[in-house]
Design a protein around this ligand. Structure first.
Ligand code: KG4
Ligand code: ZN
Length: 336
């Protein structure tokens, strides 16, 4: 039995997980509350918090998995993309740990890992995993892309955002409403009580399978700014409707291109991944496509936002191929 330790530290969550092959044994995530009052992630504070969290988080992950560090077969870590200072903490830890244990070190691309999270299985609840080829809409705070997978590591980006990511659109809209960071989950929560048709926004008209969210954000900003001049309590009086409407606009934009991608490729195994795949409206919208013959794959909530289990599963597939990193591997901040 091979146990893989995954380490994730690309943004503001410090996470460690243990997988037995693709079976989840533990997935520990330390969120960093320090950013809430700043309205976004402060890179310098994130690195510092990772440094404080990393060892306790790894110890807890091993303890919860019920194994000792000597039982590990390999250490997988996020090499990028992400915040450089944050990545340096996980990278340095993973290197030292693998070196000390004399086991292979495996580098993982964070965006690939979000997609491969669909292959994590649970001893208690058997589930279907996507078959190749499949499409995945990866929507997070930093990325929005449609990828086509022919194999675990053969991923072609067939559509991407040309400006803001979908998660950023959620977070910026939330900030306009005075909600704390990250605002996506709060928009989801308040939107459940609101009318998604209450407010209309200009929809982007972008070529091919690409996305744009900056116009939507501006349209939202102008609406709120203009209405506040008329009614200073406009936000409080309309919070649920505003959240439901902006969420609906983001989901319609995401789904339009995803449907186009399915029609163009003829691929009907479709997955969603990344932090925004936790959104209840997006989950509902994609599930509705089952009526059109899609086989839909939605990740468990714990594997939507940043987590180390996805790094460990990606690491396991690389372990099988003996695709190991050497100790000179340095993090990268942007996707190649
Ligand atoms: O994948 P992730 O944890 O980090 C990145 O790699 O960026 O995604 C975080 C993003 C944030 O923008 C957050 O607001 C958004 O995912 N998010 C949501 C929900 N849960 C998290 N957005 C909308 N609805 C949610 N329920
Ligand atoms: Zn992510």
């Amino acid at each position: 039995m091979n146990y893989i330790l995954g380490i994730e530290s690309s943004c503001d969550d410090t996470s460690a997980a243990v997988l037995r092959e693709t079976v989840i044994c533990s997935n520990v995530i330390a969120n960093q509350a320090v950013h809430t009052s700043f309205g976004g992630v402060v890179p310098e504070l994130a690195s510092r918090a990772h440094q404080q969290n990393i060892i306790p988080v790894v110890e807890t992950a091993l303890m919860k998995a019920g194994i000792t560090k000597e039982q590990l077969s390999a250490v997988a870590f996020t090499r990028g993309p992400g915040l450089l200072g944050s990545l340096l903490v996980g990278t340095s830890f993973a290197k030292s740990f693998a070196y000390a244990l004399n086991i292979p070190l495996i580098e993982v691309n964070h965006m690939e890992a979000h997609v491969l999270a669909h292959f994590i299985v649970n001893d208690q609840q058997p589930k279907d995993v996507p078959g190749f080829p499949f499409l995945c809409l990866t929507v997070s705070g930093g990325h929005t892309q449609i990828v086509k997978l022919d194999d675990h590591f053969s991923m072609q980006i067939i559509g991407r955002t040309i400006d803001d990511a979908a998660g950023e659109a959620f977070d910026k809209a939330a900030k306009i409403l005075g909600l704390p960071y990250p605002g996506g989950p709060l928009i989801d929560k308040y939107g459940k009580e609101g009318n998604p048709k209450a407010f209309k926004f200009s929809k982007p008209n972008i070529q091919a399978l690409d996305y744009s969210f900056s116009g939507l954000k501006t349209s939202f900003l102008y609406l709120v700014r203009d209405q506040l001049k008329i009614d200073p309590n406009f936000i409080q009086n309309n919070l649920n409707d505003l959240c439901a409407s902006i969420q609906q606009a983001i989901i319609e934009t995401l789904m339009k291109k995803l449907i186009m991608a399915v029609n163009q490729t003829g691929i009907k195994d479709v997955a969603i991944a990344g932090g925004v795949s936790a959104n209840s409206g997006l989950r509902k919208a994609i599930l509705e496509q089952q009526n059109n013959g899609w086989r839909v794959f939605i990740p468990e909530f714990q594997f939507t936002t940043d987590n180390a289990a996805m790094i460990a599963v990606a690491g396991y597939f690389k372990y099988l191929k003996k695709d190991f990193a050497d100790l000179t591997a340095a993090p990268y901040s942007r996707q190649g």
